[in-house]
Design a protein around this ligand. Structure first.
Ligand code: ADP
Ligand code: MG
Length: 355
């Protein structure tokens, strides 16, 4: 029995490494969709159409009207660390677009069947390419993997099929496709509120009715009305504050003291990416505690822009966590501003009922 003898160390097959890395970045269909929406917005699109089948596990399709992808770039599009948005490490500090290290499409191509159809303004036709494991692959076995000319409008359509087909344990872990669809609707709704001037639609494959349909011209309040309902939209305060000392600007819409929810809804965007922050959530809840009845919570949309050199977006490939300098001071300043806005509404209400 040599059970305690050391085993030889060997490198993992690159395909296995890529699959593991991809599975860490894309944990559920909503993570793939978020990356694809960010790419579409980065490409200057004013319209995003999303179609979903089986909670995104069977099909995720997003069609935009952005700048398109140059045909010459198609062969390396899905290679890891290929990007049009970053050249030097220093660029990380001034990055203004959502993506930055060219991992999203590569990751998706390792754990799903990916098809890209794209047309730039200069090209006289659209090009369609299929990808697997980071590389161009033929549409059918035996065919050439080269992109094929097809008819199409300017912009890009990304089709992701059979997500996690080669990670069966992950695929089986999804109990309910409707839970996954709800997560997708939630994320599309967040970006639809944040990206004013962009039209959004989202529906299930084969259904004519849309879950979300927002016109490009809709105001932020209209967007919130359509997605979260009139009772929220009717009680919103607009706020905006900034401080050069901490290099930030915050603006958004938040419910007043007339409105309360069972749970806080926080739509948080830092430098135009939807992120989570338990520190911001806690501070916002504390701010409202003195205005709302016990167990009452607000709806808050907050778009926080922080000077890029003060943000460390590189903490994790998912970029769901964002660290920035003077976090405490910035959160305090924003909450103090919201508090003063709430107090102003509260006094005017008391004043009105008294007279
Ligand atoms: P990143 O966004 O970090 O650059 P991605 O893997 O998400 O990495 O995308 C790689 C590149 O593909 C992008 O830099 C961009 O040039 C191009 N691209 C991806 N999606 C689109 C799109 N919808 N429209 C135009 N270009 C796109
Ligand atoms: Mg990207």
């Amino acid at each position: 029995d040599n059970g305690h003898a050391p085993r030889r160390i060997r490198p993992l097959d690159p395909d296995v490494v890529n699959k593991i890395a991809a599975g860490e970045i894309i944990v559920a269909p909503v993570h793939a969709l978020k990356e694809l929406m960010e790419n579409a917005v980065d490409a200057g699109s004013t319209s995003l159409e999303i179609v979903v089948k089986d909670g995104g596990l069977k099909l995720l399709q997003i069609t935009d009207n952005g700048c398109g992808i140059d045909k010459q770039d198609l062969p390396i599009l899905c290679e890891r660390f290929t990007t049009s948005k970053l050249q030097k490490f220093e660029d990380l500090q001034s990055i203004s677009t959502y993506g930055f290290r060219g991992e999203a499409l590569a990751s998706i191509s390792h754990i799903a069947h990916l098809t890209v159809t794209t047309k730039t303004q200069e090209s006289n036709c659209a090009w369609r390419a299929h990808y697997g494991s980071g590389k161009l692959v033929p549409a059918k076995p035996g065919q050439s993997p080269d992109p094929k000319p097809v008819a199409g409008r300017q912009g890009t359509q990304i089709t992701v099929e059979d997500l996690f087909y080669n990670i069966p344990t992950r695929r089986r872990a999804f109990r309910s496709t409707s839970d996954e669809y709800n997560k997708i609707i939630d994320m599309v709704g967040r970006y639809a509120v944040h990206c004013s001037h962009v039209a959004f639609s989202c529906k299930k494959h084969g259904e004519s009715s849309t879950s979300i349909a927002i016109q490009a011209s809709a105001s932020s309040t209209d967007r919130i009305r359509q997605i979260y309902g009139a009772s929220v939209a009717n009680e919103l305060i607009e706020y905006s504050t900034s401080d050069d000392r901490w290099g930030f600007k915050a603006e958004g819409l938040a419910t007043n003291a007339n409105y309360s929810l069972k749970k806080t809804t926080l739509l948080l965007f830092i430098n135009h990416r939807c992120v989570e922050s338990s520190n911001i959530r806690k501070a916002v809840e504390q701010t409202y505690a003195s205005f709302l009845p016990k167990n009452g919570h607000p709806f808050v949309y907050l778009s926080l822009e922080i000077a890029p050199e003060r943000v460390d977006v590189n903490v994790h490939p998912t970029k769901r966590e964002v660290n920035f300098l003077n976090e405490h001071e910035i959160i305090q300043a924003i909450c103090e501003h919201i508090r003063s806005k709430l107090a102003a509404v509260d006094t005017s209400r008391t004043f009105l009922t008294q007279t």
